[in-house]
Design a binder for this molecule. Structure first.
Ligand code: SF4
Length: 162
């Protein structure tokens, strides 16, 4: 980062947090056990990568979901929740099921994007097994094609209440 970019960032900080408002009321699902912290393992079950770009954006500096107690983790064994994108392809149905089983109990499944809910534009495709709920139980869905990063952050804040 050049000195000029650094000075510009200090002089004109982005104010994404101003748009987000007060913390939402925590969801009933597990919110008592989460204590304001949600560790998330992301699984791309067959997405076009549009949803992934918005997930990256939600955790990047502008929207910065981590400041609300949500973190992406590398192992399902460290996670409270699975965040699943895309329709489930035939090749990904077993890995998705195994990843779900590797999460410690109690565990959450959050689907993100229309394809995860009903296969979206990929419905009927030769390589598509079905929607995420055909493979693992789903607790919460974040709608959109793809969802806006702010909508992703809002939905995740619902678990941490921060
Ligand atoms: S919901 Fe839209 S952006 Fe997300 S995987 Fe499906 S087509 Fe791609």
């Amino acid at each position: 980062m050049t000195l000029r970019i650094l000075l510009r960032a200090v002089a004109h900080p982005r104010k994404a947090s101003k748009d987000l408002g007060p913390p939402p009321r925590p969801r009933d699902v597990l919110s008592r056990d989460l204590h304001g912290s949600l560790q998330v393992r992301h699984v791309d079950a067959g997405s076009c990568n549009g949803c992934e770009m918005e997930v990256h954006s939600a955790f990047a500096p502008v929207y910065d979901a981590e400041r609300f107690g949500v973190r992406l983790v590398a192992s399902p064994r460290h996670a409270d929740a699975l965040l699943v994108t895309g329709p489930v392809t035939k090749n990904m149905s077993d890995p998705l099921r195994k990843t779900y089983e590797a999460l410690p109990e109690p565990r959450l499944v959050i689907t993100l994007g229309d394809c995860a809910q009903d296969c979206g534009v990929f419905k009927g495709g030769y390589g598509v097994e079905g929607s995420v709920s055909d493979v693992v139980p789903v607790d919460v869905h974040i709608p959109g094609c793809p969802p806006h990063p702010q909508a992703i952050v809002e939905a995740l804040r619902g678990f941490t209440g921060r």
